[in-house]
Design a binder for this molecule. Structure first.
Ligand SMILES: Cc1ncc(COP(=O)(O)OP(=O)(O)O)c(N)n1
Ligand SMILES: Cc1ncsc1CCOP(=O)(O)O
Length: 532
C-alpha cells in the first residue's frame, strides 16, 4: 500500500466550516499539503453526498491526491474514489474488497488490540486508530485510547504491510507529543495522522495543514527509533566533562526552575534549587502555566501530595512545557499508594512527554506495570533482579531518561546505562531527599537545555531544545549525593536535623573539581532482557 501517502490525512466535516466554503476549504488544505482526503458526510442524503464526492474528486485529481469515501461503497464506486474507510459496524472488509475495484484502498477504524488483529487478518490496507484523545467533532462511543495505548496496537502490525494513522483530538499543539509517545517497543511508528477540526475549522486551513505537515515530517525524520530529542554523549568521561560544564552553567545562567511539587518538601526544594545557583518558582495555578512555560528553563512535576486543585496545573504545565521545548521532570512519588495516583499519572502521560522520570524501585515498577518491586506509600520495599535491563527498557518504552534511585542509582536513556554509587545513608533518613533530587535534575536539565541549539534551529517536532539531559541527570545525582557525603563528615552534623541544612550548604559550596574527584560513576554494557 505504499502507493498512497497517509502522512496528513484530512477527514472532512461540513458542520465545522463556520461559514467557509467547502470546496475552497478543501483546496486550501490541499495547498497546505494534505496527502489524502476522506469525504465524511454523516447527515446528507445520497444525492448530496454524491455531488460533494464528485466535486471533491475533481479537485483532488487536480492536485493528484487520493480520495477516500467514508462508509459508502456505492458513492466510492460512483465517483471512482481511491478507496473506502469503514467503521467497525460497516460493511465487512472481505465483502468491501469484492465490491471495490482491484487495487482499491480499504481502511478501517480500530479502538482496541483485538480490532487491530481482526483488521490485519481481514486484509485491511490501513487502520485508523482512535480516538486518541477526546474530540468535539464526534460523540465517542468508546473511551479514548490515549497516546500510550497506541504502541501496543502498532506492534500488532509488525511484519505486515498494513499502515496506521491516528485520529481524534489531534492538533498542531499536541502532534509532537503524539509522535513521540506512540512508538511501539518494537519501533513501529505511525504512518500518518488523520485530522478534522484543526484544519476544517481553522480560519486559515492552508496554514493549519502546513503546520501539521511540517511537525509530522520533522517528527518522522527526527524521531527515528530511540533517537530522542536530546543529545547523547559518547563516553563516561565525556559525560563527566559535560556534568561539570552544566554545573557551571547552572551557576552562570541561574535558570528559572518551575516546580509543582508537594507541600511536605516545597521549602527545602526551593532552597536546594537556590543552593545550586538556580532560581525556583513554586507555582501551581493552571491559569499561569502558559506564561511560566515561556519563562522557565525546566518544569518539575512531583505528585507527592496530589490534590484536586493541582491536577489541572500539572496537566497544563507539562503540555505548555512541551510546547515551549522545555524539559519536564516527572517524579511519580508514591504512585503505587492509590488507584487515583496511578490513573492520574497515566492521564498526564497521555497529555505530555516527560524528559526524565525518576523514582524508587516501587514507583518505577508500578509505572512499568511490573509486580517485581513492591512499595508501601512512598517507600519502596525491594529492588529489581535486573535493574540495568529494567531501566534501559523502561527508558525505551517511555522514550525518556529513567533514573532508578536507591543505594546505587541507575540512569538510562535507552541506549546506555550508568551506575552511580555516591551518597550517604543519611540521605534516606530525611524526608524529601528524593524530591530535592527532582529539583536538582530540573535545574541541571534547564541549564543543559538552555545551552543547546541557541540559534533555535531545527526544533520543529522536538520537545526540548536538544540539551544533553543524560549528563544533566547524572550531574544532579552526583551533586546531591556527593554533597551528602561531605555534609555527613562535618563536625556540626549530629543527626538528621543538622544534616539537612548542612546538605544545602554543601550543595552551594560544591566545586566542579570535587565532583570529578569523588564521582563514582560506572557504565555497564547491557544486552536487553525482558525486564519491563
Ligand atoms: C482515518 C479514519 N479513522 C477513523 C475514522 C472513524 O471512522 P468510523 O469509526 O466509521 O466513524 P465515522 O467516521 O463513520 O463517524 C475515520 N472516519 N477515518
Ligand atoms: C471521525 C473520528 N473518528 C474518531 S475521532 C474522529 C473525529 C476526529 O476529529 P478531530 O480531528 O476534530 O478531533
Amino acid at each position: 500500500m505504499d502507493r498512497i501517502d497517509l502522512s496528513l490525512y484530512l477527514v472532512t466535516d461540513r458542520s465545522l466550516l463556520a461559514g467557509k466554503d467547502f470546496l475552497e476549504t478543501l483546496e486550501q488544505a490541499l495547498l497546505g499539503g494534505v496527502t489524502v482526503v476522506q469525504i465524511r458526510e454523516k447527515t446528507s442524503d445520497t444525492a448530496e453526498f454524491l455531488q460533494l464526492a464528485q466535486e471533491s474528486k475533481t479537485l483532488c485529481d487536480r492536485y493528484e491526491i487520493p480520495l477516500i469515501i467514508n462508509d459508502r461503497i456505492d458513492i466510492a464506486l460512483a465517483v471512482n474514489a481511491r478507496g473506502v474507510h469503514l467503521g467497525q459496524s460497516d460493511m465487512p472488509i472481505g465483502i468491501a474488497r469484492r465490491l471495490m475495484p482491484a487495487g482499491s484502498i480499504i481502511g478501517i477504524s480500530c479502538n482496541s488490540l483485538d480490532e487491530v488483529r481482526r483488521a490485519r487478518d481481514a486484509g485491511a490496507d490501513y487502520i485508523g486508530l482512535g480516538a486518541v484523545w477526546e474530540t468535539q467533532t464526534k460523540r465517542l462511543t468508546k473511551p479514548p485510547i490515549g497516546v500510550r495505548g497506541l504502541g501496543v496496537m502498532l506492534e500488532a502490525l509488525d511484519g505486515s504491510d498494513i499502515k496506521a494513522v491516528a485520529i481524534g483530538g489531534i492538533k498542531s499543539t499536541n502532534l509532537a507529543r503524539l509522535m513521540h509517545g506512540s512508538w511501539s517497543q518494537t519501533n513501529h511508528g505511525l504512518d500518518g495522522v488523520a485530522v478534522v477540526s484543526d484544519i476544517v475549522a481553522s480560519p486559515e486551513p492552508k496554514k493549519a495543514a502546513q503546520i501539521l505537515k511540517s511537525i509530522f515530517m520533522a517528527c518522522k525524520t527526527a524521531v527515528s527509533p530511540f533517537d530522542r530529542s536530546f543529545t547523547s554523549p559518547r563516553s563516561r568521561d565525556e559525560i563527566l566533562d559535560n556534568v561539570l560544564n552544566i554545573m557551571s552553567s547552572v551557576r552562570t545562567r541561574s535558570p528559572l526552575v518551575h516546580q509543582i511539587t508537594n507541600v511536605v518538601v516545597s521549602n527545602q526544594s526551593a532552597n536546594i534549587t537556590l543552593a545550586m545557583g538556580a532560581s525556583p518558582i513554586m507555582a501551581t495555578a493552571p491559569e499561569e502555566m502558559s506564561d511560566l512555560a515561556k519563562l522557565s528553563g525546566a518544569l518539575l512535576v512531583n505528585i507527592g501530595t496530589l490534590r484536586a486543585e493541582s491536577l489541572e496545573g500539572m496537566s497544563k504545565g507539562g503540555y505548555f512545557a512541551n510546547a515551549s521545548k522545555t524539559p519536564v521532570i516527572l517524579d511519580p512519588v508514591g504512585i503505587g499508594a492509590s488507584d487515583f495516583r496511578k490513573s492520574f499519572v497515566n492521564e498526564i502521560l497521555n497529555c505530555w512527554q516527560p524528559s526524565v522520570i525518576k523514582g524508587n524501585a516501587g514507583e518505577l515498577a508500578v509505572l512499568a506495570g511490573s509486580s517485581e518491586a513492591a512499595s508501601r506509600g512512598v517507600d519502596s520495599l525491594g529492588g529489581f533482579q535486573h535493574p540495568v535491563s529494567f531501566v534501559k527498557q523502561l527508558a525505551r518504552k517511555e522514550r525518556c531518561i529513567i533514573l532508578l534511585t536507591g543505594e546505587t542509582d541507575y540512569i538510562s536513556d535507552g541506549r546506555r546505562v550508568l551506575l552511580l554509587k555516591n551518597g550517604d545513608p543519611m540521605l534516606g533518613q530525611i524526608t524529601g531527599s528524593g524530591c530535592m533530587l527532582g529539583s536538582c535534575i530540573a535545574a541541571y536539565c534547564a541549564a543543559a537545555n538552555a545551552s543547546a541549539n541557541e540559534g533555535n534551529h531545527e526544533l520543529e517536532g522536538k520537545l526540548t531544545r536538544g540539551g544533553d539531559l543524560l549528563s544533566a541527570t547524572v550531574g544532579a545525582v552526583l551533586t546531591l549525593t556527593i554533597a551528602s557525603e561531605l555534609a555527613r563528615k562535618r563536625e556540626d552534623v549530629r543527626g538528621i536535623g543538622t544534616f539537612l541544612p548542612a546538605l544545602i550548604d554543601e550543595v552551594a559550596a560544591l566545586r566542579p573539581e570535587t565532583v570529578r574527584r569523588l564521582a563514582r560513576v560506572e557504565e555497564v554494557e547491557e544486552t536487553l532482557t525482558n525486564a519491563v
